[in-house]
Write a protein that binds this ligand. Structure first.
Ligand code: ATP
Length: 293
Protein backbone atom coordinates (compact mmCIF):
# COMPACT_ATOMS: atom_id res chain seq x y z
CA UNK A 1 0.00 0.00 0.00
CA UNK A 2 0.99 3.58 -0.35
CA UNK A 3 3.00 4.83 2.61
CA UNK A 4 2.01 8.32 1.74
CA UNK A 5 -1.66 7.95 2.46
CA UNK A 6 -1.31 6.11 5.75
CA UNK A 7 -1.42 9.24 7.92
CA UNK A 8 -4.60 10.26 6.13
CA UNK A 9 -6.29 7.02 7.04
CA UNK A 10 -5.75 7.90 10.69
CA UNK A 11 -7.69 11.11 10.40
CA UNK A 12 -10.34 9.56 8.24
CA UNK A 13 -12.80 9.86 11.11
CA UNK A 14 -12.85 13.63 10.83
CA UNK A 15 -13.15 13.87 7.09
CA UNK A 16 -15.94 12.43 5.05
CA UNK A 17 -13.82 11.37 2.13
CA UNK A 18 -10.55 12.22 0.51
CA UNK A 19 -10.08 12.40 -3.19
CA UNK A 20 -6.85 11.47 -4.92
CA UNK A 21 -4.21 13.90 -5.89
CA UNK A 22 -3.53 17.40 -4.81
CA UNK A 23 -6.93 17.99 -3.26
CA UNK A 24 -6.58 15.08 -0.90
CA UNK A 25 -3.16 15.92 0.27
CA UNK A 26 -3.65 19.65 0.42
CA UNK A 27 -6.67 19.04 2.59
CA UNK A 28 -4.65 16.77 4.81
CA UNK A 29 -1.95 19.43 5.16
CA UNK A 30 -4.52 22.11 5.84
CA UNK A 31 -5.89 20.10 8.72
CA UNK A 32 -2.62 18.92 10.15
CA UNK A 33 -0.54 21.91 9.16
CA UNK A 34 2.42 19.57 9.15
CA UNK A 35 3.70 16.73 7.10
CA UNK A 36 5.28 13.87 9.00
CA UNK A 37 7.36 12.65 6.06
CA UNK A 38 8.91 15.90 4.93
CA UNK A 39 11.24 17.45 7.46
CA UNK A 40 13.09 20.74 7.31
CA UNK A 41 16.86 20.55 7.03
CA UNK A 42 18.51 21.71 10.25
CA UNK A 43 19.72 24.85 8.46
CA UNK A 44 16.62 25.37 6.32
CA UNK A 45 16.11 28.94 5.12
CA UNK A 46 12.91 30.94 5.39
CA UNK A 47 11.48 31.98 2.04
CA UNK A 48 10.21 35.53 2.36
CA UNK A 49 7.57 36.71 -0.09
CA UNK A 50 8.71 35.18 -3.40
CA UNK A 51 8.73 36.88 -6.79
CA UNK A 52 7.53 33.56 -8.12
CA UNK A 53 10.15 32.34 -10.60
CA UNK A 54 9.87 28.54 -10.73
CA UNK A 55 12.38 26.23 -12.37
CA UNK A 56 12.14 22.44 -12.70
CA UNK A 57 15.47 20.98 -13.74
CA UNK A 58 15.68 17.38 -14.93
CA UNK A 59 13.02 16.36 -12.41
CA UNK A 60 12.20 12.71 -12.00
CA UNK A 61 9.63 11.22 -9.68
CA UNK A 62 7.86 7.97 -8.94
CA UNK A 63 5.27 7.10 -6.31
CA UNK A 64 6.43 3.50 -6.29
CA UNK A 65 9.89 2.11 -7.05
CA UNK A 66 10.15 0.93 -10.64
CA UNK A 67 7.12 2.89 -11.82
CA UNK A 68 8.44 6.28 -12.93
CA UNK A 69 5.78 8.94 -13.42
CA UNK A 70 8.00 11.89 -14.35
CA UNK A 71 11.35 11.75 -16.06
CA UNK A 72 13.64 14.61 -17.07
CA UNK A 73 11.07 17.38 -16.64
CA UNK A 74 12.59 20.79 -17.51
CA UNK A 75 10.43 23.80 -17.04
CA UNK A 76 11.02 27.49 -16.37
CA UNK A 77 8.09 29.65 -15.32
CA UNK A 78 8.46 33.42 -15.09
CA UNK A 79 7.13 35.47 -12.17
CA UNK A 80 3.50 36.30 -12.88
CA UNK A 81 3.18 33.85 -15.74
CA UNK A 82 0.09 31.64 -16.08
CA UNK A 83 0.83 28.16 -17.38
CA UNK A 84 -1.86 25.58 -18.06
CA UNK A 85 -1.12 21.87 -17.87
CA UNK A 86 -3.27 19.83 -20.22
CA UNK A 87 -3.13 16.24 -21.35
CA UNK A 88 -4.69 12.84 -20.88
CA UNK A 89 -5.82 11.64 -17.47
CA UNK A 90 -2.95 10.08 -15.55
CA UNK A 91 -0.23 11.87 -17.51
CA UNK A 92 1.15 13.53 -14.39
CA UNK A 93 -0.27 17.07 -14.38
CA UNK A 94 -1.32 16.88 -10.73
CA UNK A 95 1.92 15.18 -9.79
CA UNK A 96 4.03 17.99 -11.28
CA UNK A 97 2.05 20.54 -9.29
CA UNK A 98 2.22 18.46 -6.08
CA UNK A 99 6.01 18.56 -6.11
CA UNK A 100 6.16 22.35 -5.84
CA UNK A 101 4.69 22.61 -2.29
CA UNK A 102 6.73 19.49 -1.44
CA UNK A 103 3.74 17.24 -0.93
CA UNK A 104 6.22 14.74 -2.35
CA UNK A 105 10.00 15.02 -2.78
CA UNK A 106 11.61 14.68 -6.19
CA UNK A 107 13.70 11.56 -6.78
CA UNK A 108 16.13 13.35 -9.07
CA UNK A 109 16.80 16.84 -10.36
CA UNK A 110 15.66 19.96 -8.56
CA UNK A 111 12.92 22.52 -8.24
CA UNK A 112 13.76 26.10 -7.36
CA UNK A 113 11.67 29.11 -6.38
CA UNK A 114 13.46 32.41 -7.03
CA UNK A 115 16.65 30.38 -7.33
CA UNK A 116 16.27 28.60 -3.97
CA UNK A 117 16.14 24.82 -4.06
CA UNK A 118 12.85 24.07 -2.32
CA UNK A 119 14.54 21.32 -0.27
CA UNK A 120 16.65 24.05 1.39
CA UNK A 121 13.59 26.02 2.51
CA UNK A 122 11.33 25.49 5.49
CA UNK A 123 8.18 23.74 4.37
CA UNK A 124 6.11 26.28 6.27
CA UNK A 125 7.61 29.29 4.48
CA UNK A 126 7.45 27.57 1.09
CA UNK A 127 3.76 26.77 1.53
CA UNK A 128 3.00 30.24 2.82
CA UNK A 129 4.02 31.41 -0.66
CA UNK A 130 1.75 28.96 -2.46
CA UNK A 131 -2.03 28.99 -2.61
CA UNK A 132 -4.11 26.09 -3.86
CA UNK A 133 -7.58 26.62 -5.27
CA UNK A 134 -9.79 23.64 -5.79
CA UNK A 135 -13.41 22.66 -5.70
CA UNK A 136 -12.70 19.99 -3.15
CA UNK A 137 -11.54 22.53 -0.62
CA UNK A 138 -11.48 21.69 3.06
CA UNK A 139 -14.29 23.56 4.81
CA UNK A 140 -14.86 23.05 8.50
CA UNK A 141 -18.07 23.30 10.51
CA UNK A 142 -18.02 26.97 11.34
CA UNK A 143 -19.23 30.25 9.98
CA UNK A 144 -18.61 31.51 6.48
CA UNK A 145 -16.50 34.28 7.98
CA UNK A 146 -14.29 31.80 9.83
CA UNK A 147 -13.95 29.66 6.75
CA UNK A 148 -12.90 32.57 4.54
CA UNK A 149 -10.55 34.01 7.15
CA UNK A 150 -9.02 30.58 7.71
CA UNK A 151 -5.27 30.90 7.93
CA UNK A 152 -5.46 34.65 8.42
CA UNK A 153 -7.12 35.20 11.75
CA UNK A 154 -6.05 38.83 11.88
CA UNK A 155 -8.24 39.58 8.87
CA UNK A 156 -10.61 42.49 9.38
CA UNK A 157 -14.30 42.35 8.57
CA UNK A 158 -13.66 44.63 5.61
CA UNK A 159 -10.96 42.31 4.24
CA UNK A 160 -13.21 39.26 4.59
CA UNK A 161 -16.04 41.03 2.73
CA UNK A 162 -13.62 42.22 0.06
CA UNK A 163 -12.39 38.66 -0.48
CA UNK A 164 -15.99 37.42 -0.65
CA UNK A 165 -16.91 40.08 -3.18
CA UNK A 166 -13.93 39.30 -5.41
CA UNK A 167 -14.90 35.64 -5.32
CA UNK A 168 -18.53 36.60 -6.20
CA UNK A 169 -19.79 35.21 -2.93
CA UNK A 170 -21.10 38.45 -1.46
CA UNK A 171 -24.58 38.20 -2.97
CA UNK A 172 -25.03 34.66 -1.70
CA UNK A 173 -23.80 35.64 1.77
CA UNK A 174 -26.13 38.62 1.94
CA UNK A 175 -29.07 36.41 0.97
CA UNK A 176 -28.50 34.12 3.97
CA UNK A 177 -30.37 35.02 7.17
CA UNK A 178 -27.19 35.04 9.27
CA UNK A 179 -24.97 36.48 6.54
CA UNK A 180 -21.26 36.02 7.28
CA UNK A 181 -22.21 34.28 10.54
CA UNK A 182 -24.07 31.51 8.73
CA UNK A 183 -22.79 28.13 9.84
CA UNK A 184 -21.76 25.83 7.01
CA UNK A 185 -20.85 22.18 6.89
CA UNK A 186 -22.37 19.22 8.67
CA UNK A 187 -24.51 21.27 11.04
CA UNK A 188 -25.30 24.13 8.74
CA UNK A 189 -25.91 25.18 5.19
CA UNK A 190 -24.54 22.83 2.55
CA UNK A 191 -22.62 24.56 -0.21
CA UNK A 192 -22.67 23.50 -3.84
CA UNK A 193 -19.50 22.59 -5.72
CA UNK A 194 -19.32 26.02 -7.30
CA UNK A 195 -19.86 27.77 -3.97
CA UNK A 196 -17.13 25.69 -2.35
CA UNK A 197 -14.78 26.65 -5.12
CA UNK A 198 -15.62 30.29 -4.57
CA UNK A 199 -14.90 29.88 -0.84
CA UNK A 200 -11.51 28.53 -1.85
CA UNK A 201 -10.98 31.56 -4.11
CA UNK A 202 -12.04 33.99 -1.37
CA UNK A 203 -9.57 32.37 1.00
CA UNK A 204 -6.80 32.90 -1.51
CA UNK A 205 -7.60 36.59 -1.97
CA UNK A 206 -7.02 36.90 1.77
CA UNK A 207 -3.94 34.68 1.85
CA UNK A 208 -2.54 36.63 -1.10
CA UNK A 209 0.25 34.21 -2.09
CA UNK A 210 2.63 35.04 -4.96
CA UNK A 211 2.23 31.53 -6.39
CA UNK A 212 -1.05 29.81 -7.17
CA UNK A 213 -1.99 26.27 -8.11
CA UNK A 214 -5.45 26.03 -9.62
CA UNK A 215 -6.90 22.56 -9.70
CA UNK A 216 -9.86 23.08 -11.99
CA UNK A 217 -13.08 21.26 -11.33
CA UNK A 218 -13.91 18.55 -13.81
CA UNK A 219 -17.57 18.59 -12.91
CA UNK A 220 -19.85 20.77 -14.96
CA UNK A 221 -21.15 24.00 -13.47
CA UNK A 222 -23.97 26.07 -14.89
CA UNK A 223 -22.85 28.70 -17.38
CA UNK A 224 -23.42 31.66 -15.09
CA UNK A 225 -21.50 30.12 -12.18
CA UNK A 226 -18.79 29.01 -14.54
CA UNK A 227 -18.40 32.55 -15.88
CA UNK A 228 -18.33 34.05 -12.37
CA UNK A 229 -15.68 31.59 -11.26
CA UNK A 230 -13.56 32.11 -14.36
CA UNK A 231 -13.70 35.88 -13.84
CA UNK A 232 -12.74 35.53 -10.17
CA UNK A 233 -9.86 33.21 -11.04
CA UNK A 234 -8.64 35.57 -13.74
CA UNK A 235 -8.56 38.41 -11.20
CA UNK A 236 -6.93 36.19 -8.58
CA UNK A 237 -4.11 35.14 -10.90
CA UNK A 238 -3.11 38.70 -11.84
CA UNK A 239 0.42 39.36 -10.62
CA UNK A 240 0.87 35.80 -9.37
CA UNK A 241 2.72 32.89 -10.92
CA UNK A 242 -0.12 30.51 -11.69
CA UNK A 243 -0.03 26.80 -12.48
CA UNK A 244 -3.37 25.51 -13.71
CA UNK A 245 -4.29 21.84 -13.84
CA UNK A 246 -6.64 22.62 -16.66
CA UNK A 247 -9.84 20.98 -17.73
CA UNK A 248 -11.53 24.02 -19.21
CA UNK A 249 -10.77 25.16 -22.72
CA UNK A 250 -11.55 28.75 -21.73
CA UNK A 251 -8.81 28.77 -19.08
CA UNK A 252 -6.37 27.15 -21.43
CA UNK A 253 -7.01 29.71 -24.15
CA UNK A 254 -6.17 32.56 -21.77
CA UNK A 255 -2.97 31.00 -20.39
CA UNK A 256 0.36 32.63 -21.23
CA UNK A 257 1.63 29.17 -22.05
CA UNK A 258 0.10 25.75 -22.45
CA UNK A 259 2.11 22.69 -21.49
CA UNK A 260 0.90 19.44 -22.96
CA UNK A 261 1.81 16.58 -20.64
CA UNK A 262 1.74 13.00 -21.80
CA UNK A 263 3.47 9.79 -20.77
CA UNK A 264 6.78 10.99 -22.19
CA UNK A 265 6.75 14.29 -20.31
CA UNK A 266 6.09 17.77 -21.62
CA UNK A 267 5.35 16.96 -25.21
CA UNK A 268 4.32 20.36 -26.54
CA UNK A 269 4.29 23.92 -25.32
CA UNK A 270 3.08 27.20 -26.67
CA UNK A 271 0.06 29.44 -26.87
CA UNK A 272 -3.34 28.18 -27.93
CA UNK A 273 -3.20 29.36 -31.54
CA UNK A 274 0.37 28.13 -32.03
CA UNK A 275 -0.49 24.68 -30.76
CA UNK A 276 -3.68 24.45 -32.79
CA UNK A 277 -1.71 25.41 -35.88
CA UNK A 278 1.07 22.92 -35.08
CA UNK A 279 -1.38 20.05 -35.63
CA UNK A 280 -0.05 17.89 -32.77
CA UNK A 281 -1.53 16.41 -29.60
CA UNK A 282 -3.04 19.71 -28.47
CA UNK A 283 -4.82 20.34 -31.74
CA UNK A 284 -6.37 16.87 -31.54
CA UNK A 285 -7.47 17.46 -27.90
CA UNK A 286 -8.90 20.77 -28.99
CA UNK A 287 -10.91 19.24 -31.80
CA UNK A 288 -12.18 16.51 -29.45
CA UNK A 289 -13.27 19.08 -26.83
CA UNK A 290 -14.91 21.27 -29.45
CA UNK A 291 -16.99 18.40 -30.76
CA UNK A 292 -18.04 17.51 -27.19
CA UNK A 293 -19.16 21.05 -26.46
P1 ATP B 1 -6.00 13.68 -14.14
O1 ATP B 1 -6.23 14.58 -15.31
O2 ATP B 1 -6.85 12.46 -14.19
O3 ATP B 1 -6.09 14.39 -12.82
P2 ATP B 1 -3.09 13.79 -14.06
O4 ATP B 1 -2.47 14.09 -15.38
O5 ATP B 1 -3.21 14.90 -13.09
O6 ATP B 1 -4.50 13.10 -14.29
P3 ATP B 1 -1.70 12.40 -11.95
O7 ATP B 1 -2.83 12.49 -11.00
O8 ATP B 1 -0.52 13.25 -11.72
O9 ATP B 1 -2.22 12.61 -13.46
O10 ATP B 1 -1.25 10.87 -12.00
C1 ATP B 1 -0.11 10.42 -12.73
C2 ATP B 1 0.11 8.95 -12.46
O11 ATP B 1 0.48 8.76 -11.10
C3 ATP B 1 -1.13 8.09 -12.67
O12 ATP B 1 -0.71 6.87 -13.24
C4 ATP B 1 -1.66 7.87 -11.29
O13 ATP B 1 -2.34 6.66 -11.20
C5 ATP B 1 -0.40 7.85 -10.46
N1 ATP B 1 -0.65 8.35 -9.09
C6 ATP B 1 -1.21 9.52 -8.74
N2 ATP B 1 -1.24 9.67 -7.41
C7 ATP B 1 -0.69 8.55 -6.88
C8 ATP B 1 -0.42 8.09 -5.54
N3 ATP B 1 -0.71 8.83 -4.49
N4 ATP B 1 0.17 6.88 -5.43
C9 ATP B 1 0.49 6.13 -6.50
N5 ATP B 1 0.28 6.51 -7.77
C10 ATP B 1 -0.30 7.69 -7.96
Amino acid sequence: SNVFFRPIEKINAIIESYPKGIAGFARYCEIMDTDPDIKDKPDAAVLERAKGAIVFKDVSFSYEPGRPILNGIDLAIRPGETVAFVGPSGAGKTTICSLLPRFYEVDGGSITVDGHDIRDLTVESLRRNIGIVQQDVFLFSGTIRENIAYGNLQATDEQVWDAARRASLDELIRSLPDGMDTVIGERGVKLSGGQKQRMSIARMFLKNPPILILDEATSALDTETEAAIQAALAELSVGRTTLVIAHRLSTVRNADRILVVNSSGIAEEGRHQELVAAGGIYSRLHVAQMSQA
